[in-house]
Design a protein around this ligand. Structure first.
Ligand code: AMP
Ligand code: MG
Length: 328
């Protein structure tokens, strides 16, 4: 594990590091990434909305991280771990929406070892009305490819200063099912179960074995939150996906089609021990009938880390919040 005391000392002195040419190069590249993503999305009909930061409930499917709760005028509120439920509300207003959404997840200390977990990060979150998960994946790969192209053109000096030889992605990206990914990893010696998420180490191994970005699709119901839609023709299989970076950088995007039928969502919530009362507005919305949609979130700092070729995600954000570390 990385030395906690050393990292704390380093991050406490961020006001010094933020002046370094290398940090400035990363921040310029991040600025280019953000404007490229926004330009691309606006160009294909999305409008940007403001993300919520707090609410009575937030995404519980956060793989071992803790949510932050606080008292809001006598009611328990959460800081958003993801704005997914609000995106489902927003597609009742516009067909294509996106938001730059801040998320807080108190990730366990051990996640520092992955180099790709922060406890505060941002997702570029988007949602498309009446879309399939394949529609959403097409948007995802075009958007990432465009952003990388723009960085290569407009930030060539910064990439060179960082020593980063950034490859151009070649869509369409390969798609493998979760089932086949688990089989492939089992052949490589990992001990995995079909019904579960793929552990971080195994994800990195897969991410090294493909030469380009790739998708894993069709996760099992038992591995994901109540909001990923189950395929009625294939019970137990979800219409969802993750995008993976090449070179061992791991997961970039998670998304899928959304479950929008009240009975199905309530049943899945109860099966995982959720308290329905906390989700009242969301369940009321589903009961009255809401627009079916698909969408995803891409971690902005993870994209920056990949583009800049950084080992640690905390070198890809101006004010890093690293799991287990107290810093400004
Ligand atoms: P999730 O809903 O957990 O799949 O998160 C959506 C996306 O946000 C992921 O695909 C990552 O790109 C990013 N992400 C999730 N958790 C973290 C984290 N702890 N630190 C940085 N980025 C994250
Ligand atoms: Mg994910």
């Amino acid at each position: 594990m990385l030395d906690k005391a050393e990292l704390t000392t380093q991050l406490q002195a961020r006001y010094k590091d933020i002046k370094k040419p290398e940090v400035k190069a990363v921040m310029r590249i991040q600025d280019e990434i953000l404007s490229a993503l926004r330009d691309h999305l606006r160009g294909v009909g999305f409008i940007e909305i403001l993300a919520p930061i707090i609410g009575p409930a937030t995404d519980p499917g956060i793989r071992g991280a803790s949510q932050v709760s606080f008292d809001y005028y006598g009611t328990t509120y959460k800081i958003m771990s993801s704005m997914i439920l609000y995106k489902q509300m927003a597609v009742n207003s516009f067909d294509r929406i996106f938001a730059l959404s801040p998320n807080i997840r108190l990730e366990p200390d051990i996640t520092r070892e992955t180099g790709r977990h922060l406890s505060e990060f941002r997702q570029l979150d988007l949602e498309i009305a009446n879309a399939t998960y394949f529609d959403a994946m097409a948007i995802g790969e075009q958007m990432v490819t465009k952003a990388i192209k723009r960085v290569k053109i407009n930030c060539a000096d910064d990439l060179e200063a960082l020593g980063r030889e950034l490859k151009s992605p070649k869509p369409e990206f390969k798609k493998i099912t979760h089932h086949d990914a688990v089989e492939l990893l089992t052949e490589k010696g990992f001990k995995l179960n079909q019904g579960e998420e793929i552990p971080w180490e195994a994800e990195s191994t897969l991410s090294k074995s493909f030469g380009d970005f790739f998708w894993i699709i069709d996760y099992p119901r038992t591995a994901r939150g109540f909001y990923d839609r189950e395929d009625e023709a294939r019970p137990g299989i979800l219409c969802d996906f993750d995008l993976f970076y090449p070179e061992g950088y791991g997961e970039a995007i998670s998304g899928g089609e959304r479950e929008y039928k009240y009975e199905k969502v309530a049943r899945r919530m109860l099966s995982t021990g959720e308290v329905l009362e906390a989700y009242r507005w969301y369940l009321d919305m589903l009961k009255e009938g809401t627009t079916p949609s698909a969408g995803f979130g891409i971690g902005v700092e993870r994209l920056t880390r990949y583009v800049c070729g950084k080992e640690y995600i905390w070198d890809s954000v101006p004010f890093p919040k690293v799991p287990g570390i107290v810093s400004p």
